[in-house]
Design a protein around this ligand. Structure first.
Ligand code: AMP
Length: 238
């Protein structure tokens, strides 16, 4: 680990910080959230992944969420909030965590703020992935995931060496059912209507940091790290 990473790890670990990645589907939040969480040794929490896991296991929550997700709509706040509350109380979240895809409505953000307060955390540090909606369609429809490790690729922007196989573990790649073009449209509409207002919400709270998500993965990673470290410096490490 280089010196910058050591410093970053020390900061996030000791600050007990909640980081939220906010942006439309296809903006690259998942890739960056996984990387940041790995670097800082904290959990990467994706409500989308949690819900897909519930569907895969056929739980009551999974059964309720499945048709809603297949239509590209948002799962009701009450179901998501119950799941999040349980998850962040796990011991592995005690040194901080990176959320990707949550909160997605103002009601979720308000509840999350209260929950964090009760757990002794300050309001989340929000990284906003700003991107032209026209660009995300190509990103989403080109996205492929490894069936084994969940590694994220893109047939246009990040192809694998062997088509259809993960570079890391050789696992078969698959497309998420809701990444098909006809489902992407309602997902983008849901973002514009229900999630985009969170940009103004967190900006008002002074918690929002913009990242130009149209840049390369490496450039966005560099900027995300700068935001996290810059924020630490601004708040004087408190
Ligand atoms: P994602 O993997 O974040 O793109 O989420 C996939 C789908 O899961 C979304 O289109 C929603 O149907 C559902 N979902 C994920 N996170 C949330 C959330 N915080 N609130 C409501 N629905 C969610």
């Amino acid at each position: 680990m280089d010196k910058t990473m050591e410093k970053a790890t020390e900061h996030l670990g000791s600050l007990h910080r909640a980081v939220v990645f906010l942006g439309p589907p296809g903006a690259g939040k998942g890739t960056q959230a996984k990387e940041l969480a790995r670097m800082f040794g904290v959990p990467h929490l994706s409500t989308g992944d949690m819900l897909r896991e519930c569907i895969a296991h056929g739980t009551p929550l999974g059964l309720q969420a499945k048709p809603i997700m297949e239509r590209g709509e948002l799962v009701p706040d009450s179901l998501v909030l119950k799941m999040v509350k349980q998850r962040i109380q796990n011991a592995d979240c005690s040194a901080g965590f990176v959320f990707d895809g949550f909160p997605r409505t103002v009601a979720q953000a308000q509840y999350f703020g209260e929950l964090l307060k009760r757990c002794g955390y300050e309001q989340p540090l929000v990284v906003h992935f700003a991107i032209d909606p026209a660009l995300v369609l190509k990103r989403i429809t080109g996205r492929r995931l490894c069936k084994i490790g969940g590694e994220i690729y893109n047939i246009f922007e990040r192809p694998t060496k062997v088509p259809g196989r993960c570079d890391k573990d050789g696992g078969e790649l698959e497309q998420r059912p809701d990444d098909r073009e006809e489902i992407v449209k309602p997902r983008l509409e849901a973002y514009a209507r229900q999630t985009a207002p969170l940009v103004a919400y967190y900006r008002r709270l002074g918690r929002l940091h913009d990242v130009d998500a149209a840049q390369s993965v490496e450039e966005v990673s560099r900027r995300v790290l700068e935001v996290v470290q810059g924020h630490d410096a601004q708040s004087g490490g408190s």
